[in-house]
Design a protein around this ligand. Sequence first.
Ligand code: GCU
Length: 657
Amino acid sequence: MPLPVPVLPEGVDPAWLPPEAFRPLGSRRTLIRGSGPLVDTVHGEVAEACARFGGSVERDASPEPCDLVLELSGADASEAFTSERADGRTTVRATGGAGLLYGFFHVVRLGEAAFQGERPRQTHRPTLAQRMLDHWDNVAVHPVMGQVERGYSGGSLFWRDGRARGDLERVRVYGRLLAACGINAVAVNNVNVHETEARLLTERIGDVARIADALRPYGISTHLSVTFAAPIVLGGLDTADPLDARVRRWWERATAEVYEAIPDFGGYLVKADSEGRPGPFAYGRSHADGANMLAAALEPYGGTVRWRAFVYDHRQDWRDRSTDRARAAYDHFVPLDGEFAENAVLQVKHGPMDFQVREPVSPLIGAMPNTRLAVEVQATQEYTGQQRHVCWLGPMWSEALRFRPEGTTRVGDLADGLVAVSNAGADPFWTGHPLAQANLYTFGRLAWEPDADPRAVLDDWIRLTFPDAPERLVGGLHAVLDGSWRTYEKYTAPLGVGFMVQPGHHYGPSVDGYEYSPWGTYHFADRDGVGVDRSAATGTGYAAQYAKPWAEVYESPSSCPDELLLFFHHVVYGHMLHSGKTVIQHIYDTHFEGVEEVAAAREVWASLDGLVDPARHARVAERFEEQLRSAREWRDQINSYFFRKSGVPDERGRTLY
Ligand code: GCU
């Protein structure tokens, strides 16, 4: 039986699945073979497209005559599929329902091209098994963080007024969008698990089960963030010691009940001993002890524990120059390599700090060969313009995924999974800034194929989101998005030094906002120079956490790449970059350029008026006003700050304050 396609609620943007994207497939004759719930999903999709565009669909009939065959020939868990076109017929074959679903969306993505010429048989298989979105959604509105922590897209898609939303049709639509870009897992609540959220694990598991039901038809498994202190908070025990038999039993029982409610539940996500969250340290136990206890509870059901490596001292004394937050994850976790259970995955932020616009790849990645690792990126733009600024992160993620920690294997091949903190919410455009949809889409595609060219992925996003777009629109969107990450970098914190944001909410410039704070994020600017000495010879030793060749490359200012210079070294303002500019002149130039680039992108967008729907055009235009205002504020504060510190004038005589 075909499963009806979820109905887009009134006023909600169809994102990369507008009805017109289905025209090529929907106007043809399709044969579907095989059975199972995901085949029903695909059947519903094809039926809907055909009803709209005049094509036809048959199930399990003889194959004559038809243009497209979608065939499932097994019932395994494989997500792979093959595609080919011969003798005027396009064929997609899979041995698992998920593979057929991804094969179907592959045909949608190809559009007309899927039905033209001959195409040799190709096998498509995701490089990364886990392609996951973590929602930092609070069930109840948090007094400081609101409904969604670091959320810039309105309320939560899942939760409202302390409960799961009554109507979950939009969650079904969301699942469909995610499947269309290859995402297969979601964690539905904030890693900072407050009291209401803690109860999702026990008395509120029914709410989670409803969400899981809504996501399942698109091959998405549901995960829950849990608090390590649950046996105390929910179970009334006096300890959460992972080696205590009562604690272990409590988790076993709780987990059994979770699986009773959600038989295909994905597992737990845990932020422990991190920024004040409870964890195993309180009992003198290691992170492996903590993770393995949960892994043991999940193991009988095939579940996984995702344990975050974001562990550092957030009560540091800024006078203490020996403690370096960048070192923390490696120092805590590398000694535990090999100790984690088979069904435990260590989830590591892509950089050593916290989702800054420029960071080196975390040295932990590649340093734990006997541990399953997932790499975490941030689609929600906490530090990259909070979805008020255009900042397409595809190139940044791609650089991280293509990085070779030991000079050989790429990050994208070392990891088990890629995870993004979601940027989606109840906003009618899903992502606040309509162009931030491109980040969500690109994330999914890079998780499937970390080596993909992000610009080609962006092209797919454009052509799906704006079917029949004239070349002027396609070119304009590329002009606005392609270089937007580098533009953002230009007008914010320079040369990898990071932060310089306003404390707390993290929007807008405050050069010294974190300079004397306990969070461990500093730049050490004085009258002579700026940057953090992380060399082994004279600094914190962080550079030595890398394998060769990177330990050597980063150790010396002469070999360190310009864009990371101030992350690794404290240098004088007159230090000459590889680019041939001094550090101070680089700061001035990039900040002027950054603002000019935003102004130019704003003009490009204005020129697209009439080519995109008015509501979307207006929303982006309005955000460009704020981006330009903010970029000028960044430019003037950063440039004036360094001019006042250094006393060095701009060699081009532009205004500094
Ligand atoms: C950042 C962010 C927090 C979040 C944390 C995390 O520090 O500001 O809101 O909780 O990352 O990743 O756990």
